[in-house]
Write a protein that binds this ligand. Structure first.
Ligand SMILES: C[S@@+](CC[C@H](N)C(=O)[O-])C[C@H]1O[C@@H](n2cnc3c(N)ncnc32)[C@H](O)[C@@H]1O
Length: 272
């Protein structure tokens, strides 16, 4: 428990105890890198791309198989009443929902994340992309759905001020300001850092204290940090060493008392 694994989730997931995890949150590769916009006579330092990472480039058939495989392995580690949440966009929602269906997950909601501060569209040939999705699916019956907690979290209220059911459209800004982790060069350290509030709503709404929350693509460690704050156990998997160091910092600075334990127990270098 409370471990970050450095390695490929397709391998690491096989080493995690079966049926031990209550909630999987995954923000997998969207397969949209390598498609730079060639800007003619660019004066801004070169081609424009939103995300351009080697972990985010696959042939379509490989990408379909990759999604099917990690979703299948995630199902093995989920408890019979466990839930999976998968972040995606128009680029990969097809492969994600196909992977869930092939593995007999029951899709319950597709949450639309409406970004209140989307990036402008540089091509000027399509509408500004201002949404991403989070697909929620369950493995079996009796899933956790903390209805009252979600009502309390909902910023929208009834006309008389009473609490209102949480809907499937969530409004958050892209991570910015103090929450965004920057490197020494002043640039954002991870291109797809997710808002902590999104994880807070998912973890509070769909798991209970002392449950295990697992993120197979944990990037800068958002899920693990929020799970830790909310008294859940966490397991994170990340392939890139540079991000392991970011997670290290993020969890370490949050709770200095854990520093000593952290050195002994937090890291397990399964691969490499
Ligand atoms: C979309 S990002 C996740 C960002 C994360 N939600 C956050 O808030 O920082 C996906 C992450 O998965 C990692 N990754 C890609 N393929 C992987 C694999 N097969 N196994 C483990 N990690 C992988 C990438 O290095 C990247 O950091």
């Amino acid at each position: 428990m409370n471990k970050i694994f450095h390695g490929d989730s397709l391998e690491v997931l096989k080493n995690i105890e079966q049926e031990s995890v209550q909630l999987v949150f995954a923000d997998p590769p969207y397969n949209l890198s390598g498609k730079n916009l060639k800007t003619k006579n660019s004066k801004t330092g070169g081609d424009w791309s939103k995300v351009n990472e080697t972990w985010d480039i696959m042939e379509e058939q490989d990408f379909i198989e990759f999604n099917n495989n990690w979703i299948s392995l995630s199902k093995d580690v989920l408890k019979p009443n466990g839930s999976i949440f998968i972040a995606c966009s128009l680029h990969n929602i097809g492969e994600v929902t196909m992977g869930l269906k092939l593995n007999n997950f029951d899709i319950k909601n597709i949450i639309t994340w409406q970004k209140t501060n989307p990036m402008p569209n540089m091509t000027r040939r399509v509408l500004t992309h201002s949404t991403e999705f989070i697909v929620w699916a369950v493995k079996g019956k009796n899933w956790i759905f903390n209805y009252e907690i979600l009502k309390e979290l909902n910023p929208e209220k009834q006309i008389d001020g009473a609490l209102k059911q949480m809907r499937d459209v969530w409004n958050f800004p892209l991570v910015q300001g103090k929450e965004r982790i920057h490197g020494a060069d002043g640039k954002a350290i991870h291109p797809t850092q997710k808002p902590e509030k999104m994880l807070e709503w998912i973890i509070k709404g769909f798991s209970n204290e002392n449950d295990v929350v697992l993120d197979p693509f944990c990037g800068s460690g958002t899920t693990c940090k929020v799970a830790q704050n909310l008294n859940r156990y966490y397991i994170g998997i990340e392939r890139e060493l540079k991000y392991i160091q970011v997670i290290n910092n993020r969890l370490f600075h949050q709770n200095k008392i854990e520093q000593l334990e952290f050195k002994n127990t937090l890291f397990e270098f399964l691969l490499n």
